[in-house]
Design a protein around this ligand. Structure first.
Ligand code: FES
Ligand code: FES
Length: 155
């Protein structure tokens, strides 16, 4: 067992964990935040996407024990008691079907828009290239991110 201190969505968590525990299991099983999804478990689908110190990562590929002192944002952490503009835009354009990819998509969208609010459609498509969606055909998702861009600019 190893002790880790990880900040998730602004709250510091100190836990004694198995050194082989994956970050996704730390988030879902230790902290009980179930918005982060597991799809492939192999770094291929992006369903488990979270933001680690400002960068998008696949939480199924990381060991929580290596992240002592790090800061994570999950889908639960992007809104402060209100729906985030990206979530709002996804609902407005119908970018969600089964919803399994949605938390990861929204976090990838947030990461690109935080970095560059003027990202082009091509850059937006590139930013979600690691997030697989079996339902929507991606166009609605891209439309949602573009709508979110204008919402965020006008905020
Ligand atoms: Fe992590 Fe698919 S579950 S990339
Ligand atoms: Fe079903 Fe994307 S909405 S996988």
């Amino acid at each position: 067992m190893v002790e880790v201190n990880i900040k998730i969505n602004g709250i510091k968590y100190k836990r004694n964990i198995n050194s082989m525990m994956r970050l996704i299991d730390f988030i879902r099983d230790e902290i009980k935040l179930k918005g982060t999804k597991e799809g492939c478990g192999e770094g291929e689908c992006g369903a488990c996407t979270v933001i680690l110190d400002g960068k998008i990562v696949n939480s199924c590929l990381l060991l929580a024990a290596t992240l002592d002192g790090c800061e994570i944002i999950t889908i639960e952490g992007i809104s402060n008691n209100r729906i985030h503009p990206i979530q709002e835009a996804f609902m407005e354009v119908g970018a969600v079907q089964c919803g399994y990819c949605t938390p990861g998509m929204i976090l990838s969208a947030k990461a690109i828009l935080d970095k560059n609010i003027d990202a082009t459609e091509e850059e937006i498509r590139e930013s979600i290239s690691g997030n697989l969606c079996r339902c929507t055909g991606y166009d609605k998702i891209v439309q949602g991110i573009i709508l979110a861009q204008s919402k965020l600019k006008n905020n």
